[in-house]
Design a binder for this molecule. Structure first.
Ligand code: ZN
Length: 498
């Protein structure tokens, strides 16, 4: 049932709205049909009794395959961290039933936090399988969430993704990397054919496909061009991690003789389809290129601090005309799906730039605009998202107006960015369906989900220890690589407080 009348709401219509308005919302066929006080209509009714109704939150960057790994690691730089997250010498195959549990856990957590949309850049260890694609997309479809799914799978040998590493590694490890299972461009394009044919537009349009190269240095130029062509043909987002770390800045100089932003631009694939993930170690010229490209940057401030990547130049990017959206990135680098935490951190971390230019520190409205307007732009959906207006998708979060963050309520936008942490979410509506009612999922049997997890949890802990052992063997070489990159002068820094 995608028809609903929401009665007695206090609505924040968009990031640009300054105050709440008291009104009802009539939803027909998953879209907002009418917004006014005193609507009478047949069909199901949700009386929210004066609660605050906001557009559903948009998590613009996530890797759901990290969902089982929350809290497994202390802080590590990205390149060392990835040894645990996506071990470069892995074998075996993922179990689709466990992949479903893993995906549902994240979807359930997000929906209960009022996050109605997610862009999941899913990786597969070691190889992509049709059954695991179906498990992820099927879990999102069944959860009631609006989800865009891409396949984040490198196709080059591990040591080719990094500067210095090939020379640092002993022969036997390099050979293990050469022979480790690895996807090909042709294989991945066949998987994309399946993803798009089977899932793009599924579940009344809630499920959609995106393409992902993971990062430019993890793909070949031919593969990048093929993904870009797919993005253009089907109007899909194109996910690409770009200059997340200083090491990646050094890699661009060493391997391509230019920054990775300029490299993407030189290939002709940097356009409005692209979701540029992180964009921390960008310089002024990169920002100008990004601003002219129409691409959106996904800002994941919790992950960036957790992995010591540095601080994205928020104000300079905005001044260059670059749209920004917000994400949690991963349950092993956040370590939650609580986008509210990323919202608050995005709202305050950029003051770390300091100086007298405090007028340039982000304002609450700007952060909410990134959340809703930036997220909607990055999603590239046919229906308007991130706003409460006639014709928009009926994706809404209903917040308890008596929750501590709203007592007293001085300014709704600052309350949402600075005071609320997600605990106030009472109901979540996606596509006109009440998927969370009074804090409980209506779509997923949470007791069963917890029981399913409990059955495999001992083995997950054992596997996490085994991952540590495998990574420990490789870590010394990666540490040397990270140290060498850190010591390289790139002409600017995104680290602070040193
Ligand atoms: Zn990511």
């Amino acid at each position: 049932m995608r028809d609903l009348l929401i009665r007695n709401g206090n609505l924040l219509l968009s990031a640009a709205a300054e105050t709440l308005v008291s009104a009802d919302i009539l939803i027909r066929d998953g879209r907002i049909a009418q917004i006014t006080a005193g609507i009478t209509a047949d069909g199901p009714v949700l009386d929210v009794g004066g609660d605050i109704v906001v557009p559903g939150l948009i998590n613009a960057h996530l890797h759901s395959p990290g969902n089982f790994m929350r809290g497994t690691l202390e802080g590590l730089p990205l390149e060392v961290f990835m040894l645990y997250e996506v071990p470069p010498i892995a074998s075996g195959a993922e179990d689709p039933a466990e992949v479903r549990i893993r995906t549902l856990l994240g979807a359930a957590e997000m929906l209960k936090l009022g996050i109605t949309s997610v862009m999941d850049d899913a990786f597969f260890v070691p190889l992509t399988q049709t059954t695991t694609i179906d498990a992820i997309a099927g879990a999102y479809a069944d959860s009631g969430m609006r989800a865009t799914l891409a396949l984040d799978q490198p196709i080059v040998v591990e040591y080719e993704k990094y500067p210095f590493l090939a020379d640092l590694l002993p022969d036997d490890i390099r050979q293990s990397m050469d022979t480790a299972p690895r996807e090909t461009a042709a294989g991945m394009l066949a998987h994309y054919d399946h993803l798009i044919t089977r899932w793009h537009g599924a579940a009344d349009g809630r499920i959609a496909a995106a393409v992902s190269c993971s990062a430019a240095q993890r793909a070949t130029p031919d593969y990048l061009h093929s993904l870009h062509a797919l993005a253009k043909t089907h109007d899909l987002p194109f996910f690409c991690h770009v200059l997340e770390t200083k090491l990646q800045r050094v890699l661009g100089d060493v391997k391509y003789g230019m920054s990775l932003v300029r490299y993407l631009d030189s290939l002709g694939i940097l356009d409005a389809h692209m979701l540029v993930i992180h964009a921390i170690w960008i310089d002024e010229a990169d920002m100008a290129i990004l601003g002219a490209s129409g691409a959106t940057v996904a800002h994941n401030p919790v992950c960036n601090l957790r992995l010591g990547s540095g601080v994205m130049p928020f104000r300079a990017l905005r001044d260059a005309g670059v749209p920004i959206c917000l994400g949690t990135d991963e349950a092993v680098s956040d370590d939650s799906h609580n986008l509210w935490g990323a919202i608050k951190l995005a709202g305050i971390v950029h003051a770390i730039a300091g100086g007298s230019d405090y007028a340039g520190w982000p304002k609450a409205a700007e952060i909410l605009s990134a959340l809703w307007d930036g997220g909607a732009r990055a999603m590239r959906r046919p229906e308007p998202l991130g706003r409460i207006e006639v014709g928009a998708a009926a994706d809404l979060a209903v917040l308890d107006h008596t929750a501590p963050g709203f007592l007293p309520l001085h300014d709704i936008r600052r309350a949402l960015v600075l005071c609320e942490a997600g605990r106030a979410v009472r109901h979540t509506i996606v596509d006109g369906c009440v998927v969370v009612r009074d804090g409980h999922l209506t779509t997923v049997d949470e007791d069963q989900l917890r029981a399913d997890l409990a059955r495999i949890e001992p083995r997950l802990r054992t596997e996490a220890v085994a991952l540590r052992d495998g990574a420990a063997r490789l870590e010394p070489y990666y540490r040397q690589m990270v140290e060498r990159a850190a010591a390289t002068d790139v002409g600017f820094t995104r680290w602070v407080g040193r």
